[in-house]
Design a protein around this ligand. Structure first.
Ligand SMILES: C[S@@+](CC[C@H](N)C(=O)[O-])C[C@H]1O[C@@H](n2cnc3c(N)ncnc32)[C@H](O)[C@@H]1O
Ligand code: SF4
Length: 364
């Protein structure tokens, strides 16, 4: 039975220059039909649902669904929720205000994740973000006032053209916000995005490595726990939904383009809105690409996800790495620690996590 539910809410006002997510631009008139579609899919998947510990409303721009539709959606999910479930929503700063957050809180949302990305006007512009730095600050203030259990912000580093001074200025802003949780990702230039098409270059590897070290050091200095590669939390504010992914738990994803992993099978819903709506109305099941996960894939994923965390990986559960012969060398080199059957990256190892994983595991 599944304990984690993801709901994809794809509507956006425009597409940001770095974004490769499944997004619907300029289709706001489809929101009611989409809500109906989600309810059909949810009903069809009901037999798979155990008492849900977490629900994550992601996008897209979930807050463009407006509170009234989010409330209907959460009412439909409510009978499947465990007591004390974490209910998260991603919020774009320019789409929310005091009333919107109060409404989301009243609808049962417990955790809000605000997409800031940066506070520097030139960088926000170069990313095609719609929100200004002031709108980000105001969204955070309104979210804190609304009384969510946790307020998080998303930031990016390694933005084309980003200077060290701009990174330091973002750090000062983040510190001043005093939020419970921070996700600070290194920007990836994905194919078929505006940044890729214009040939934008991210800062070089040394700059990015220094930036990452600074981010970790400063946020730890401000009392955040570096509990996952790109995630930092004040005690007790870790994202339980994401922890479910990183510990390779089963999860169900509903909505256009949503991914699920249940009982060793992964599937992805159609990314085409019109097909999604037609198919869920007919059968509750959208078109899906199915991928059975073999034992080796599942073992590799447990390692790749598990070593992102600051908690040791239990090898009795995860299985062996592909190259156990390199463990002694990684341990002697101060990158890996082993305690009985429990393996973790050292602090130094966490900064070069990808290189360590490439030594331990074969990639598909
Ligand atoms: C589902 S996305 C977008 C949520 C929301 N619509 C927004 O724009 O804030 C969640 C987060 O992923 C991160 N992200 C998106 N694209 C990325 C990329 N190409 N590289 C690194 N991080 C990315 C951003 O920090 C973003 O806030
Ligand atoms: S608002 Fe978020 S999901 Fe929408 S295009 Fe921008 S980054 Fe992508």
């Amino acid at each position: 039975m599944v304990r984690h539910l993801y709901v994809h809410l794809p509507f956006c006002a425009s597409r940001c220059g770095y974004c490769a997510f499944v997004v619907e631009v300029g289709a706001l008139e489809m929101r009611d039909a989409y809500l109906d579609g989600l309810c059909h899919e949810l009903a069809a998947e009901h037999p798979r649902l155990g008492a849900l510990e977490t629900v994550y409303l992601g996008g897209g721009t979930p807050t463009l669904m407006r509170t009234r539709r989010i409330a209907v959606l959460l009412e439909a999910i409510a009978p499947s929720m465990a007591e004390g479930a974490e209910i998260s929503i991603e919020a774009n700063p320019e789409t929310v205000d005091r009333a919107a957050f109060a409404g989301l809180r009243a609808a049962g949302v417990t955790r809000v994740s605000i997409g800031a990305q940066s506070f520097q006007p030139q960088l926000l512009q170069s990313l095609d973000r719609r929100a200004t730095a002031d709108q980000v600050r105001s969204a955070v203030a309104c979210a804190k006032e609304a009384g969510f259990a946790s307020v998080s912000v998303d930031l990016l580093f390694g933005i084309p053209g980003q200077t060290w001074e701009q990174l330091e200025a973002d750090m000062a802003e983040v510190h001043a916000l005093g939020v419970d949780h921070i996700s600070w990702y290194e920007l990836e230039i994905k194919p078929d995005t505006a940044l890729a098409r214009m040939g934008a270059q991210v800062p070089d590897d040394d700059w990015a490595a220094d930036a990452y070290e600074m981010i970790v050091r400063d946020l730890e200095g401000y009392g955040y726990r570096w509990y996952e590669t790109a995630n930092f939390s004040q005690p007790g504010h870790e994202c339980r939904h994401s922890l479910g992914y990183w510990s390779a738990s089963d999860y169900l994803g509903i909505g256009v383009g949503a991914v699920s992993t249940v009982d060793g099978v992964r599937w992805r819903n159609t990314t085409a809105l019109a097909s999604y709506l037609g198919e869920v109305a007919r059968s509750g099941r959208p078109g899906r690409t199915m991928e059975p996960l073999d034992a080796a894939t599942r073992r590799r994923e447990r390692w790749m996800l598990g070593l992102r965390l600051d908690q040791p990986l239990d090898t009795a559960w995860a299985g062996p790495p592909d190259h156990p012969e390199v463990i002694g060398r990684l341990e002697a080199g101060g990158l890996l620690e082993i305690d009985g059957g429990r393996v973790s990256l050292t602090r130094r190892g966490r900064f070069v996590q990808n290189a360590v994983l490439h030594e331990l595991m074969e990639y598909a």
